[in-house]
Design a protein around this ligand. Structure first.
Ligand code: ZN
Length: 110
């Protein structure tokens, strides 16, 4: 990859980002669905204490938030604004997107 040329690899890179973001959305959606089913079961089980219901609900809420973030990242990618800081418009470094594919701000603005 050391001789990679941006002008010839950009289409492939965009496809890779798309594939990664789609996989993220699907994984997040499956996670939300699983947690929702588990939560509904917890609610109907009289043996489950409130504390466990609450902690599970927090997991469920976090999973929904992660799904929204993943969907937004995919929308940004498809509209061509992915990889740009939503606050200052600067390009988000690839290393940051690699570590945090849903990032929509640069390091300075996060
Ligand atoms: Zn910024």
């Amino acid at each position: 990859m050391s001789d990679a040329d941006d002008t010839t690899t950009s289409a492939t890179a965009a496809d890779e980002v798309e594939a990664r973001l789609v996989a993220d959305v699907e994984a997040a959606r499956a996670n939300v669905q699983r947690l929702q089913e588990e939560y509904e079961q917890l609610l109907t089980d009289p043996a489950v204490i409130q504390e466990d219901k609450d902690s599970h609900r927090i997991l469920f809420e976090r999973a929904k938030e992660a799904l929204r973030n993943a969907e937004r990242a995919l929308e940004r990618h498809r509209s061509g604004t992915y990889g740009r800081c939503s606050r200052c418009g600067a390009e988000i470094p690839p290393e940051r997107l690699e570590a945090l594919p849903e990032a929509d701000t640069c390091v300075n603005c996060s």
